[in-house]
Design a protein around this ligand. Structure first.
Ligand code: FAD
Ligand code: SIN
Length: 523
């Protein structure tokens, strides 16, 4: 049985930042980082715009960043959390730079600052248009250099281990639920083993794959959140799904290629196919309104005009400067037949970020003892009803540190029971028809995109609720009978995510941020 002191599920910015801190502080403790794909595959790797952080005291201030975050969150952010994230950001940024992550500099050697929607100052640090790749590579390099970190790619976490797996076997269970690690499948051998640990962190990222059109890579199936929900952790605000306004329009792409908001910050315009700018009809900030407003405006244009996409026009921007800032986007668009110095880029909104998640306190503690959640899978209260652009990488580094400070105090005092049972696969058989899984996944994505996307209505939500119930029961039956596969587990997790988005949407009685039900009149 693999035994580790600290188990981290996920190797994006949240999991790796926490792992590095723990490994440096506790050289005598073993830190295991599991990830279900290659070690770098994550939402983090695809981040383009950068990290929002206040560095220029002449043009910016903590207060301005706090106000922008609160405004984007549409009244639902936790002020205390917004304040601490914004104020602690610069210190945490310094640390990842010390660990070897590089960012672009201006001609005076200071970090170059970009601008994105909803921000009233230039405060986005970045590395060209591949900031996430630079961060992921830097953190992996640092983690691999620490001998007490064991990084295991292609290890799929199936479920958390809590008392309910062995409650009849312990004489006096403590009140409340504790986490003792996870059941994990080695995807090369298909063997399921228990990973027993004192502390477990979920850093499993988002769930964009629950929609047909998403910027999120294939790994983003909400596994950590679904595991936490099954273990009875508190989950909050799942109705707030942020759609990024500008993903490259190509119907069969999964994921859809993101056209960073930094391009609008750089001066690009949103236009209809007739070349008309339309954003000022919706908001005085035009193309730089916050994301919820831009995505809803585009959705409205598409519905009223009957068009398949709108366009991002960069043709008026100086070519060399543009290509040096956005080389990857320039190349990618060329490969898709669009020369952005001469042609407009066809774009549509795509599911991008989960604002809600596993509820945690200001130290990343979930409602389950010794279980932490960090990064996109967690709800900290920072984002409210709509995340401000480039605030999520910031949130991940600030909260990874806060989780670390909490674990630091407790680690040596935590005991793990010895009688945790092995995974029980008795009576299961290999499913003969894989189509049962692939078709249901497609059905689920269509259902969510057609009924529970940018604009919702009571009737669509009620329909979605009835249909998700059917998919849930069919998939649970399959899960009980089948030898497990990552595909089946992901489907089951996505159904849980969809259920939570629909349930919370039905419960919400007013429009806020990313949540818009056309049957309500308050917007
Ligand atoms: P991730 O980076 O997604 O990592 C999740 C990890 O968990 C992965 O290693 C995955 O394999 C693993 N995992 C998941 N399930 C399991 C399982 N069952 N078993 C084992 N491992 C599992 N935010 C910004 O602030 N600025 C930006 O510029 C920006 N740009 C973005 C661009 C794109 C295209 C996308 C998709 C997102 C962007 N975001 C941006 C959002 C940001 O990238 C994410 O919110 C952030 O990277 C999430 O980090 P994370 O560590 O929480 O999760
Ligand atoms: C982008 O670069 O537009 C994405 C930024 C983000 O999601 O925070």
């Amino acid at each position: 049985m693999p035994q580790t002191d600290v188990l981290i599920i996920g190797s994006g910015i949240a999991g790796l930042s926490f792992a590095i801190k723990m490994a440096k502080r506790f050289p005598d403790q073993s830190i295991t980082v599991l990830t279900k794909a290659d070690d770098s595959e994550s939402n983090t790797k695809y981040a383009q715009g950068g990290i929002a952080v206040v560095l220029d005291e002449l043009t910016d201030s903590f207060q301005k960043h706090i106000d922008d975050t609160l405004r984007a969150g549409d009244g639902l952010c936790k002020r205390e959390v917004v304040e601490l994230v914004v104020r602690e950001g610069p210190k945490r940024l310094e640390e990842i730079i010390e660990w070897g992550v590089e960012f672009d500099q201006d001609t005076s050697g200071n970090l170059a600052l970009g601008r994105e929607g909803g921000h009233t100052a230039k405060r986005i640090i970045h590395y060209k248009d591949i900031t996430g790749l630079q961060i992921e590579k830097g953190l992996l390099r640092q983690a691999n250099a620490l001998s007490n970190i064991c990084l295991l790619p292609h290890h799929f976490s199936i479920d958390l281990i809590t008392e309910h797996h062995f409650k009849r076997k312990i004489s006096q269970p403590e009140p409340g639920i504790s986490c003792y690690g996870a059941y994990v499948m080695d995807q090369d051998t298909c063997k399921i083993e228990k990973y027993v640990s004192k502390v477990t962190m979920l850093a499993t990222g988002g769930a964009g794959q629950v929609y047909r059109t998403t910027t999120n890579p294939l790994i983003a199936t909400g596994d950590g959140l679904a595991m936490a929900y099954r273990a009875m952790a508190k989950v909050k605000d799942m109705e707030f799904i942020q759609f990024h306004p500008t993903a490259f329009f190509a119907q069969d792409d999964n994921p859809s290629f993101l056209i960073t908001e930094a391009i609008r910050g750089h001066g690009a315009y949103l236009k209809t196919k007739d070349g008309e700018r339309f954003m000022f009809k919706y908001d005085d900030r035009g193309e730089l309104a916050s994301r919820d407003i831009v995505a809803q405006a585009i959705d409205n244009e598409l519905i009223t005009r009957g068009d398949e996409c709108v366009y991002l026009d960069c043709t008026h921007l100086p070519t060399e400067d543009f290509i040096s800032h956005f080389p990857n986007i320039y190349k990618k668009c060329l490969s898709k037949g669009i020369d952005i110095t001469k042609q407009m880029i066809p774009v549509v909104p795509a599911a991008h970020y989960q604002c809600g998640g596993i509820e945690v306190d200001v130290y990343g503690c979930t409602s389950i003892r010794n279980l932490y959640a960090c990064g996109e899978c967690a709800y900290t209260g920072l984002h409210g009803a709509n995340r401000l652009a480039s605030n999520s990488l910031l949130e991940a580094i600030v909260f990874a540190h806060r989780c670390f400070t909490d674990v630091e105090k407790k680690l040596y005092a935590i005991n793990v029971p010895q009688n945790i049972p092995d995974w029980n696969a008795e009576g299961t058989t290999v499913p003969r028809e894989q189509i049962l899984i692939t078709h249901t996944r497609k059905e689920l994505r269509d259902l969510m995109s057609d009924y529970v996307a940018i604009v919702r209505s009571n009737e669509r939500l009620m329909r979605a609720s009835k249909r998700i119930d059917i998919l849930y029961h069919e998939t649970e039956r399959l899960y009980e009978e089948a030898v497990l596969s990552p595909q089946l587990c992901e489907l089951r997790n996505l159904i849980t995510i969809a259920f939570l988005i629909i349930r919370n949407s039905l419960e919400r009685k007013e429009n806020r941020g990313t949540f818009f039900n056309k049957d309500f009149i308050n917007r």
